[in-house]
Design a protein around this ligand. Structure first.
Ligand SMILES: [Zn+2]
Ligand SMILES: [Zn+2]
Ligand SMILES: [Zn+2]
Length: 134
């Protein structure tokens, strides 16, 4: 079952790798359609979910509640700092967050705790542009 439509998943992975920052399934689907791949939106959604589940892609919720994806350059658990204007993404370690999450979970009797912490803001370039009134 996981091996079905493998070439489509490969294409989605490639397209994701060509993209800067986080993208929605819709915009990735639009890019694939321009390349005449014939891959449907439902397949893009499935492929992205599969890539995220297997750790080949990062997924997160935008402040608007939309699922966004990105081919990840960092192995293992990490966090993101994301510019909400241009999509610039910085991979960050957050040792304080790891300790806080472990401690908070344990204090409440939880184990096997996971967390997703991403920081949205304006990057230095976008902030400077905004200050310049552009
Ligand atoms: Zn990442
Ligand atoms: Zn920016
Ligand atoms: Zn963490």
């Amino acid at each position: 079952m996981a091996q079905r439509n493998t070439w489509q998943r490969e294409r989605v992975r490639d397209a994701l790798g060509d993209t800067q920052g986080f993208v929605s399934a819709q915009s990735l689907h639009a890019a694939l359609r321009e390349a005449n791949t014939g891959i449907g939106l439902a397949t893009v959604y499935r492929a992205l979910a599969g890539l995220a589940a297997s750790g080949e892609a990062d997924s997160l919720q935008s402040p608007e509640g939309e699922a966004l994806y990105r081919a990840c350059t960092t192995q293992g658990h990490h966090h993101h700092l994301i510019c909400r204007s241009c999509g610039l993404t910085v991979e960050i370690e957050a040792k304080d967050v790891e300790q806080w999450a472990q401690r908070t979970a344990a204090q409440n009797g939880f184990r096997d705790a996971e967390h997703v912490v991403d920081i949205f803001g304006l990057c230095a370039d976008c902030a400077a542009r905004q200050d310049a009134g552009e």
